[in-house]
Design a binder for this molecule. Structure first.
Ligand code: CP
Length: 344
């Protein structure tokens, strides 16, 4: 048992619990109210994330960061967020450096690590594998991305970024027009983000993808049931008209047996000329990153790098305070953070 298991007085942790446990496996654990509570905790974390303030609220706590699939942002930012709260991080990356390569089960791995750590972040190439880790332990488990399944912390930081950008522009998320572009079939970030956005009202989604990479039907049905308008298109120039948010994604080549992707042409690239000719001065361009910089990749051009509408690095910066808020909530210390802060 971790000392954080029995922390009392954390209503948000109880509201978002998964099967009664403090875990973050899916965005389906959130209501609009609990999401907005988490955003208020994220705002409190901002000065700590920027090193204007410091806290040692998680001093002595250990995070086990288990990444069985490649990652830069999620692994480093979860680790940095835990350190910013005063804790320490133990990492393992890839199967090669884990005893799972010797045949150890997820159950045994998870049980063993629960004796060493106070929280576990897991990325795994198979959908559902992180849930299996979570079922084997009582310490908080966070889904850092499970195959084509979900990536809840990315969706939360994306929506937090949208809220901040809209607040600056005097806009509301309710009623917004969101255009999602690229690999909507295998892109777990869009699967999580569209479900989270559906908690808002009267949204219009335009989904632009090659016919081979369209958003799964079960997600489309869920969004339509929420009263939102969903349009699918293979024409980016048409789809971008009137967009408040353009959310581009990389083709998830690692999830294909075949390298060739039918219909994925340069017409799917978000670039300066396209944004200038179709979007307004207050359209926000987002991407979960990494963008693919190799020849033939079409997701997001670097020619937008100096355009203030490009929010990709504001997104990555927001990853730290959002992940700090997730840890503080799951470990039940979110109400103590403000009193624990001192000047850096
Ligand atoms: N956005 C994201 O998940 O990035 P990484 O794969 O680098 O963690």
């Amino acid at each position: 048992q971790s000392v954080y298991s029995n922390k009392a007085g954390s209503p948000l942790r109880e509201q978002i619990a998964y099967n009664g446990r403090p875990q973050l496996l899916s965005v389906g654990q959130f209501s609009r109210d609990s999401l907005e509570q988490l955003f208020r905790i994220t705002d409190i974390m901002q000065p700590i994330a920027r090193r204007q303030k410091v806290t040692r609220i998680l001093e002595g706590a250990v995070l086990a960061n288990l990444f069985f699939e490649a990652s830069t942002r999620t692994r480093i930012s979860f680790g940095a967020a835990f350190c910013r709260l005063g804790g320490s991080v133990c990492d393992t990356t890839g199967f090669t450096f884990s005893s799972m390569t010797k045949g150890e089960s997820i159950y045994d791995t998870s049980r063993v690590i629960s004796g060493y750590a106070d929280a576990l972040v897991v990325r795994h190439p198979e959908q559902g594998a992180v849930d299996e880790f979570a079922r084997a332990t009582n310490i908080p488990v966070i889904n850092g991305g499970d195959g084509p399944g979900e990536h809840p912390s990315q969706a939360i930081l994306d929506l937090y970024t949208i809220q901040r950008e809209f607040s600056r522009l005097g806009k509301l998320v309710d009623g917004a027009h969101i255009v999602m572009v690229g690999d909507l079939k295998y892109g777990r970030t869009v699967h999580s983000l569209i479900k989270l956005l559906a908690l808002y009202r009267n949204l219009r989604f335009t989904l632009v993808a090659p016919s081979t990479l369209e958003m799964p039907a079960h997600i489309l049905e869920r969004i339509a049931r929420g009263g939102h308008v969903v349009e699918q298109s293979t024409s980016l120039a048409q789809g971008l008209k009137g967009a408040d948010i353009v959310y581009a994604t990389r083709i998830q080549k690692e999830r294909f047996a075949d390298e060739a992707i039918e219909g994925y042409t340069p017409d799917f690239q978000i670039n300066q000329a396209l944004i200038d000719s179709t979007c307004s001065a207050d359209t926000i361009v987002m991407h979960p990153l990494p963008r693919d910089g190799r020849p033939g990749a079409n997701d997001l051009s670097t020619d937008l790098n100096h355009d203030p509408r490009l929010a990709i690095f504001r997104q990555t910066d927001n990853g730290i305070p959002v992940r700090m808020a997730i840890f503080a909530t799951l470990l039940g210390v979110e109400n103590q953070v403000q009193h624990s802060m001192r000047d850096a």
